[in-house]
Design a binder for this molecule. Structure first.
Ligand SMILES: Nc1nc2c(ncn2[C@@H]2O[C@H](COP(=O)(O)OP(=O)(O)O)[C@@H](O)[C@H]2O)c(=O)[nH]1
Ligand SMILES: [Mg+2]
Ligand SMILES: [Zn+2]
Length: 299
């Protein structure tokens, strides 16, 4: 009977949930097929990514052959994952120190990929009540401009699995608690945490091995987010679109192309002066603008 089944041309659609050593592990219903990609992908410079929806041909009970890749809603190169729905930006309240500058850079980078950012601050347990309220005060602003924000201790973060929707990637500096967070959601994940594991992992080519871990509402990618915060994919005129609170009021600027820097009658600058837009957000906007400009000069 089985023989008959295998003789049929068996082309189905699935999703790559793991890539390792030239093999792609494609999930269809509850089965995983170990697949190779068609040779002409490489010729065309197309690289199947974890997260890709693909059509593949089943060759036997366990193996298959990827024929084509569906269009992606988003993708990142580092980590190499497609169809990412959210990036959880992980910042620690302490050790390493909480930084609004870094937070804004991460937000801009995630916005530039058209992916939804979520802000997760960890190590709440290390702060006094008054230090906590300072962080909460900052987070309230980010909530007000439309971001989901969370402030947790990884010692009891089990119930935060609702943060994971679709394919979700964690991004953040080393030591902020990304692995600890995944471990508290999925005790079975058993990811290495702390100083020793970071030292051991440094030399490894971990980017080649990306795996999606299934959760209630999606998958979490066990990869350490993007390692570089360069702004290479952002232009001077598009940077302002990475700031939702600027977009919300930009209609009030006198000039439609207003960059919110030197132009007269700028609604964004007025809002900064009125304290409606956080001064640090605007400062970081200017700082990133300078970074983009200096890149232009170099080229
Ligand atoms: N006190 C406290 N320590 C934490 C918390 N989250 C992580 N850590 C510790 O911070 C260190 C770095 O965590 P890790 O998960 O490896 O960070 P990663 O590099 O972002 O994956 C480890 O020693 C963790 O035990 C937290 O919420 N509270
Ligand atoms: Mg880690
Ligand atoms: Zn303006």
């Amino acid at each position: 009977m089985r023989q008959n089944l295998l003789n049929e041309v068996n082309v189905i659609k699935g999703q790559i949930i793991k890539a390792l050593s030239g093999f792609y592990y494609v999930k269809y219903n509850d089965e995983i097929y170990q697949c190779r990609a068609r040779g002409n992908f490489r010729k065309k410079g197309i690289n199947p990514l974890v997260g890709d929806f693909v059509t593949f041909q089943i060759e036997n009970e366990t193996d298959g052959y990827i024929l084509s890749i569906e269009e992606r809603t988003s993708y990142m190169v580092r980590p190499p994952v497609a169809n990412i729905e959210r990036v959880i930006i992980v910042m620690s309240a302490k050790e390493p120190e909480f930084s609004l500058n870094l937070l804004d850079k991460f937000l801009v980078k995630v916005e530039s990929y058209h992916i939804e950012p979520v802000i997760l601050v960890t190590k709440r347990d290390l702060l006094s009540a008054s230090e906590c309220s300072e962080i909460e005060h900052h987070l309230a602003y980010y909530t007000s401009i439309g971001y989901e924000t969370y402030f947790v201790s990884n010692l009891n973060a089990q119930s935060y699995d609702t943060l994971v929707k679709g394919i979700t990637v964690l991004a953040g500096q080393s030591g902020v608690g990304k692995s600890s967070f995944i471990n508290s959601l999925i005790p079975d994940a058993n990811l290495n945490t702390g100083v020793i594991s970071n030292a051991l992992n440094r030399g490894k080519h971990t980017t080649r091995h990306v795996e999606l871990i299934p959760l209630q509402n999606g998958y979490i990618a066990d990869t350490p987010g993007f390692s570089s915060l360069d702004l290479d994919n952002i232009e001077k005129v598009t940077l302002k679109n990475m700031f939702p609170e600027f977009i919300a009021i930009a209609d009030g600027c006198k000039f439609r192309e207003c960059l919110h820097i030197n132009e007269p009658k700028c609604a964004v600058k007025s809002a900064v002066e009125a304290g409606e837009i956080l001064q640090t957000r605007y400062d970081h906007y200017l700082q990133m603008m300078r970074e983009i400009e200096s890149r232009k000069v170099r080229y």
